[in-house]
Ligand binder design. Structure first.
Ligand code: ADP
Ligand code: PAZ
Ligand code: K
Length: 248
């Protein structure tokens, strides 16, 4: 059995090769959820003769909390395989390949398995990354900008009058954005979504307008509605791609 765990800076997403369509997403820091994660993982791997837990992390403290939680709360017949640059079969034409976020490399590799190259991967989470894979399937790097939650949190922190927004709750039910925003919340939503969607669109143009654009990440649905360019949403691209990596 293979388990893929994507440790981001906001949430930990995990999936097993036995139930590829069932991705769990939990927020570390609320310690209980990590105990649940360990317990769920133990249940998921209980009747497997052995399990390989592939962890791709961009947050060292969350990964450490997860690993200790697994060892304490979910002892079992599994081994942890930290995923690094060497595990991802995609060339990277960047200054320091070892320093690129493993989620960006895994996402680019996963996108290259699904779409024709050249392509762009937009991962909307804590940050929004907009990365380019060229015709030869080589990761060419990209751009990093603050995610929706980070932008509204900084607006709330940096001002007296602006409230913070809960993107998950308020987003999917929302019809189209009020343009222009007729109240504070609508103005914040419009401003932040426009800055991210505008930045993503400009970056795609600067990469030469590749035909294929994948949007993933916890805020993909929110961002997708503000994106006017053709794209497809691939939920949880990173943790699902972990299941497809070649064996060690
Ligand atoms: N389990 C969750 N709890 C709270 N917010 C979540 C959760 N999963 C996704 N989100 C939403 O998605 C975003 C996190 O997306 P995600 O791709 O998981 O980020 P990262 O990979 O940076 O941790 C948050 O900004 C929030 O809007
Ligand atoms: C850019 C990121 C913070 C994105 O992480 P996320 O928003 O998914 O939590 C992560 O890919 C990272 O830590 N990158 C290291 C620096 C780099 O990619 O160049
Ligand atoms: K991510």
């Amino acid at each position: 059995m293979i388990v893929g765990i994507d440790v981001g800076n906001t949430a930990i997403k995990w999936v097993t090769d036995q139930k590829r369509d069932r991705v769990e997403s939990v927020r570390p820091g609320l310690d209980g959820t990590l105990r649940h994660l360990a317990a769920d993982l133990m249940r998921a791997t209980a009747d497997a003769d052995c399990a390989e837990i592939r962890i791709a992390s961009v947050n060292r403290s969350s990964a450490a909390m997860l690993e200790s939680g697994l060892r304490v709360d979910a002892p079992g017949n599994w081994t942890i395989r930290p995923i690094t640059r060497a595990d991802v079969p995609i060339k990277a034409n960047v200054d320091y390949p070892e320093r690129v976020g493993i989620d960006r490399l895994v996402g680019a590799y996963g996108a290259s398995l699904i779409l024709e190259m050249p392509l762009v991967i937009v991962d909307a989470g804590t940050t929004v990354t907009v990365d380019y894979v060229d015709e030869q399937g080589e990761f060419q790097g990209g751009a990093i900008m603050p995610g929706l939650m980070m932008q509204t949190a900084s607006l709330a922190r940096g001002t007296d009058a602006l409230p913070d927004l809960e993107w998950q709750a308020s987003c999917c039910g929302e019809s189209d954005e009020q343009v222009p925003g007729k109240n504070t919340i609508a103005a914040i939503r419009l401003g932040v979504l426009s800055s991210v969607a505008g930045g993503v669109t400009r970056l795609i143009e600067s990469y030469g307008n590749p035909r294929h654009v994948i949007v993933t990440g916890g805020d993909a649905a929110c961002l997708s509605k503000a994106l006017k360019i053709a794209h497809q949403i691939q939920p949880h691209l990173v943790c699902r791609t972990l299941l497809k990596l070649p064996p060690k």
